[in-house]
Design a protein around this ligand. Structure first.
Ligand SMILES: Cc1cc2nc3c(=O)[nH]c(=O)nc-3n(C[C@H](O)[C@H](O)[C@H](O)COP(=O)(O)O)c2cc1C
Length: 380
C-alpha cells in the first residue's frame, strides 16, 4: 500500500489519507463572511479525494485580516457559511480544519489582483479604509507600508482573547482541526523573527524571549481545543534571510510547542522582507519538515511545490513528513488526490473509480470500461 493513502489517526481524529489542501486565502469574503464561492472552492477538493482540507487564514479580529476580502471569525454571523462548508466536506469523507490568523504588520492591504500593497488614500476602494496594524516592533514591513503599533501587554492579551474566541466559534462550527498561523511574516511570526522583532523587553532578543508571545497564544488555544482533536501550527521554518530565524531555532520552537500539546508542525518558510537566500524548487521545504520531525520528535506536514503523486508518496515513505500539503496544484487539479491514488496503484482494483463519489464514480467506471474496449478493438 502506498503510505500516502494510508489513513492516519491524530488524537481521536482519523483522516482518510495523508494528503492535505493547504490553507489558501481567496480574498473573496464579504465582511469576513465566506460565500457560496468558498463552499464550491473547498467542496471541490472534498469531491476530489483530499484527506484534510484547511479553510484559509481566518482573521481573529477585523484588524487581523490581510485584506477586506479575508475570512474572519470574530462574530457569530461568520459561523453560518462555515457550518455549511464543514457539513459538506465531512459528508464527502474528508476532514476539515481551519487556520486562525492575525496578519500583524502585513494587514490593511489590497487584494493581490488589486495591487497587493498597503491601502492608501490614493488606492482605497469605496468603503474599504486602511486600519492600524500591529507588530512586535514599530517597523513597517516595507517601504511605504503602514507603520505598525509596537504591541504592549494589553494588545497581546487582546490577541490571545481574540484567538480564543475564534477557536470557540470554530469548535461550534464543527471543525476537527485547528491550525495557528505562525508563519509568513504575519503577527505571531513577527515575534519569532529577529528581522521584525527589535524589542528590548522580555519578548525580544533571545529565542526564549521571541517565543514567549506566540507560545502564550498556542497555550491558550491548546488548553481550550478539545483533547480528542488535533492542533497544528504553521511556522516559517526559516526566514531565509541573513540574520533571520533559523532551522535550529525552529526545532527548538517545535519542542516547546510539543510540550504544550501541539500535534503537528506545518513547515513553511519565509515572509520577512530582505534578500532571500532560499531558492524555490520542487519540494524545497521538505528538508525543513524532515529536520523538525526528527529534531523535535513531532509530526510534520510538508508543503511547497509538491506536484506529483510519486514525489508526494516519497515524502511520507522516506519519513520526511506525516502529511503532504498542496496549494496551487490543488487549484490546478482539484481531483489530484483521486488521480494520485490511481497513479500509485492504490485505487480499488476491480473498479478504480469505486471510491469516488458515486455521482461521478458510477459514470467514470462505465467510461473506463468503454475506453478499454475501444482501445482493445483498436489494437486488434
Ligand atoms: C492563493 C493562495 C493563498 C494562500 N493563502 C494562504 C493562507 O491563507 N495561509 C497560509 O498559511 N498560506 C497560504 N498560502 C500559501 C500556501 O498554503 C502554500 O504554503 C504555498 O502556496 C506553497 O505551496 P504550493 O507550492 O503547493 O502552492 C497561499 C497560497 C496561495 C497560492
Amino acid at each position: 500500500m502506498s503510505k500516502l493513502f494510508e489513513p492516519i489517526k491524530v488524537r481521536e481524529v482519523e483522516i482518510r489519507n495523508r494528503t492535505v489542501v493547504s490553507p489558501m486565502c481567496m480574498y473573496s469574503a464579504e465582511g469576513g463572511k465566506l460565500t457560496d464561492f468558498h463552499l464550491v472552492h473547498l467542496g471541490r477538493f472534498a469531491l476530489g479525494g483530499a484527506g484534510l482540507i484547511f479553510v484559509e487564514a481566518t482573521g481573529v479580529s477585523p484588524e487581523g485580516r490581510i485584506t477586506h476580502g479575508d475570512s474572519g471569525l470574530y462574530n457569530d454571523e461568520q459561523m453560518e457559511p462555515l457550518k455549511k462548508i464543514v457539513a459538506f466536506v465531512k459528508s464527502q469523507g474528508a476532514t476539515i480544519g481551519i487556520q486562525l490568523a492575525h496578519a500583524g504588520r502585513k494587514a490593511s492591504c489590497q487584494r493581490p489582483w488589486e495591487g497587493d500593497g498597503p491601502i492608501t488614500k490614493d488606492n482605497m476602494k469605496a468603503g474599504e479604509e486602511a486600519w492600524q496594524t500591529y507588530s512586535s516592533s514599530a517597523i513597517p514591513w516595507g517601504e511605504n507600508w503602514h507603520t505598525p503599533k509596537e504591541m504592549d501587554e494589553k494588545d497581546m492579551e487582546k490577541v490571545r482573547q481574540d484567538f480564543l474566541a475564534a477557536a470557540k466559534r470554530a469548535l461550534a462550527c464543527g471543525f476537527d482541526i485547528l491550525e495557528m498561523h505562525n508563519a509568513h511574516g504575519y503577527l505571531l511570526q513577527s515575534f519569532l523573527s529577529p528581522i521584525a522583532n527589535h524589542r528590548k523587553d522580555q519578548y525580544g532578543g533571545s529565542l526564549e524571549n521571541r517565543m514567549r508571545f506566540p507560545l502564550s497564544v498556542a497555550k491558550v488555544l491548546r488548553d481550550f481545543w478539545p483533547q480528542d482533536k488535533p492542533m497544528f501550527v504553521r511556522i516559517s521554518s526559516v526566514d531565509g534571510i541573513e540574520g533571520g530565524f533559523t532551522i535550529e531555532e525552529a526545532v527548538e520552537y517545535a519542542k516547546e510547542l510539543k510540550k504544550l500539546g501541539v500535534d503537528v508542525i506545518d513547515c513553511s518558510s519565509g515572509g520577512q522582507p530582505g534578500k532571500m537566500q532560499l531558492r524555490t524548487a520542487l519540494g524545497y521545504q521538505v528538508p525543513f519538515a524532515r529536520e523538525i520531525k526528527h529534531g523535535a520528535g513531532i509530526k510534520t506536514m510538508a508543503v511547497g511545490m509538491i506536484v506529483d503523486a510519486h514525489q508526494a508518496n516519497e515524502i511520507v515513505t522516506s519519513d520526511s513528513a506525516d502529511f503532504v500539503a498542496l496549494a496551487r496544484e490543488a487549484l490546478n487539479s482539484p481531483d489530484w488526490f483521486f488521480h494520485a491514488e490511481q497513479e500509485l496503484g492504490q485505487a480499488p482494483q476491480e473498479d478504480p473509480y469505486s471510491d469516488w463519489p458515486p455521482q461521478y464514480g458510477f459514470w467514470l467506471g462505465k467510461r473506463k470500461h468503454t475506453l478499454d474496449r475501444l482501445n482493445a478493438a483498436a489494437v486488434k
